[in-house]
Design a protein around this ligand. Structure first.
Ligand code: C2E
Ligand code: CA
Ligand code: CA
Length: 572
């Protein structure tokens, strides 16, 4: 059989100084209805302690409500009028400020001794009172013990979560790894951490972490800590079914975030290999959830070998980011948009799409690295790099060709809520001397989960500033018609999946037709995305679409190529 889990087993060997201040005068509260007993005890103790007196439980609570945290010990009679000792202890445990004050019960009945200990007393003193020295020694020992325990708790736990601080966590986990216990390592994180923090603020993040800590502690045996702000580690005896834990914590977060789709990710490494070092064990747990970070349907994943390779790949991408940005290994491509309203399609703009010419992995598409960079916040730098390149392209088209067609950029869901974005965009617009309305911002509704109000506010600000707003991926599943009325939009981009669906059924085709119709009623231009063949172009033209973007006209092409195309097709 495994030894029961006791985190405090080895507390003495952690190096901290817990020596107490012996000279400080401490306060003791004596709760006793019999005058004589009060006097005897007082005479034993008054030389060394400041004494407070109460005649029953109710009076004691009153005294504590004034002196509360200052009281070092309570000497408590059990049999008293009004409120007896047991009722007092029950009340005391409910009041956090005084719950930890140790209680010694004063009793003459042997059977009440045991009951008192169950009721929360830490020790008892028999009546009639024994030798004063014995009582004084007993009282000092209890005070010493409880003050040490409190100090240890304060240094070893973190205020936010109530879990251990890093040093203690490492220590306890390592000592558990020396045993043959069957252990799991769990890493918990809030999905979309940077977006959530941007939306709700730091204090809110701490509240969530606090709640997670509290739940974990009440859930059962384990050692936990918070690390790197957004992560919580939890090492526990092996759990067969994580369902209840995931459910409980998940519900809590949904409640806190008003059900706006935010959730937790759990990475679990079960049956820890005790030969591994702690760092690797934690990495294994982290690695396991990496695969589900962007999958809203999954909240828990378990470690297996394959996971590892993908992690190493992702890590290389993140590590190479700065270098690649400096060396311009990121390339901005342009996918032309054609105006199809007239007889002949006319080049009428483009969307800027990022590519990564990675020195080790070759050309990587944004679908691989954008979600990764959204998760860790690097996307901000990348998006700004794109904005700068696009502004330079707009200037070049204007100065060298006299061409003023708009180019749209994708504004990541992380970037859109960044307070510095407006200033940044205004800055590059001024530097390049271009018109604001040629830089179109593509935003998606998925940006804010259910936090539509914030998205509306931000988007409308940009619109008022003079930027043109394109709603990306309309019809992709996130879209709701209600938001269309409130967002200050200029263009609606109809999602590629909807365009594909047109060939599959009459109903899908009608859907696209209605969407274009709705756009028109609202005074919006519509752009169909991912258009690949002449049939689609014809149908969309019949439905009255304004612009078409897709492989049928052109794939995304490098900047110079796009410039040449514009020169050939548009320059006078
Ligand atoms: P998106 O904004 O919906 O971009 C359209 C995607 O559809 C692009 O994929 C484009 O290459 C692809 N596409 C265009 N026409 C066709 C077609 O006819 N057929 C097919 N099968 N595909 C077509 P890409 O470049 O891989 O970009 C994927 C997503 O990555 C983009 O989706 C966008 O959400 C994101 N992204 C790309 N560049 C950036 C960027 O600079 N910043 C940010 N934040 N996101 C970006
Ligand atoms: Ca886009
Ligand atoms: Ca799109």
């Amino acid at each position: 059989m495994r030894a029961p889990f006791r985190a405090h087993d080895k507390i003495k060997s952690v190096k901290f100084d817990f020596s107490l201040d012996k000279n400080k005068r401490r306060k003791i509260l004596i709760v006793e209805d019999e005058e004589l007993n009060r006097e005897i005890l007082s005479s034993f103790l008054e030389e060394d302690y400041d004494l407070l007196l109460a005649g029953n439980g109710e009076e004691a609570l009153k005294v504590l409500s004034e002196e509360g945290a200052d009281v070092s010990l309570i000497l408590l009679d059990v049999v008293m009028p009004v409120m007896d000792g047991f009722a007092f202890m029950r009340k005391q445990k409910e009041i956090p400020a005084i719950a930890d004050i140790p209680v010694i019960v004063l009793t003459s009945e042997a059977k009440l001794e045991i009951e008192s200990l169950h009721g929360g007393a830490i020790d008892f003193i028999k009546k009639p009172y024994e030798a004063p020295e014995a009582i004084r020694a007993r009282i000092w020992r209890i005070i010493e013990l409880s003050e040490s325990a409190l100090m240890i708790r304060q240094t070893s736990t973190d205020d936010v979560t109530g879990l251990y601080t890093g040093k203690y966590f490492d220590y306890y986990v390592k000592s558990r790894l020396e045993s043959d216990a069957d252990l799991d390592m769990v890493v918990i994180r809030i999905a979309d951490y940077s977006i959530t923090r941007e939306l709700y603020g730091d204090a809110f993040m701490e509240q969530i972490q606090h709640a997670i800590g509290r739940e974990l502690l009440s859930f059962g045996h384990g050692i936990g800590t918070r690390r790197d702000e957004d992560l919580i580690f939890w090492c526990c005896d092996h759990i067969e079914d994580y369902g209840p834990l995931v459910k409980r914590l998940g519900e809590m977060v949904r409640e806190a975030c008003h059900d706006d789709g935010r959730h937790l990710k759990f990475g679990v490494y079960t049956h820890i290999d005790h030969n591994l070092d702690l760092h690797t064990i934690i990495d294994h747990a982290k690695d396991s959830y990496a695969g589900i970070l962007h999958d809203r349907t999954k909240s828990i994943a378990f470690f297996d070998g394959f996971v590892h390779d993908r992690i190493v790949f992702n890590e290389k991408l993140v590590q190479g980011f700065d270098r690649s940005l400096r060396n311009e290994e990121f390339k901005v491509f342009y996918q032309p948009k054609y105006d199809v309203r007239g007889d002949k399609p006319v080049l009428a703009g483009a969307e800027a799409l990022i590519r990564w010419a990675h020195p080790e992995f070759g050309m990587i598409s944004p679908g691989v690295f954008i979600p990764l960079f959204e998760e860790n916040g690097l996307i901000r730098h990348l998006d700004r790099f794109v904005y700068q390149k696009v502004a330079a392209m707009l200037r070049r088209l204007d100065r060298e060709l006299g061409v003023k067609i708009p180019i749209s950029v994708n504004v990541s869901r992380v970037e859109i809520f960044d307070h510095g974005l407006r200033e940044f965009l205004n800055g590059i617009i001024a530097d390049e001397g271009i018109d604001k309305d040629t830089l179109h911002l593509e935003v998606t509704e998925s940006a804010a989960g259910n936090n539509a109000d914030e998205l509306i506010r931000v988007v409308n600000e940009f619109h008022e500033d003079g930027y043109r707003i394109e709603l990306d991926d309309f019809g992709s599943g996130y879209s709701s018609l209600t938001i269309l009325g409130d967002l200050a939009l200029d263009v609606m981009k109809i999602d590629m999946q909807l365009i594909r669906g047109m060939a599959k059924s009459e109903k899908n085709a009608r859907l696209v037709q209605s969407i274009i119709g709705i756009g028109k009623t609202m005074g919006l231009m519509s752009t169909a995305e991912g258009v690949e063949n002449a049939d689609q172009v014809q149908v969309l033209k019949d439905y009255g679409v304004d612009l078409i973007q897709g492989y049928y006209f052109s794939k995304p092409i490098p900047g110079d190529e796009f410039f040449d195309k514009a020169k050939k097709e548009l320059a006078a």
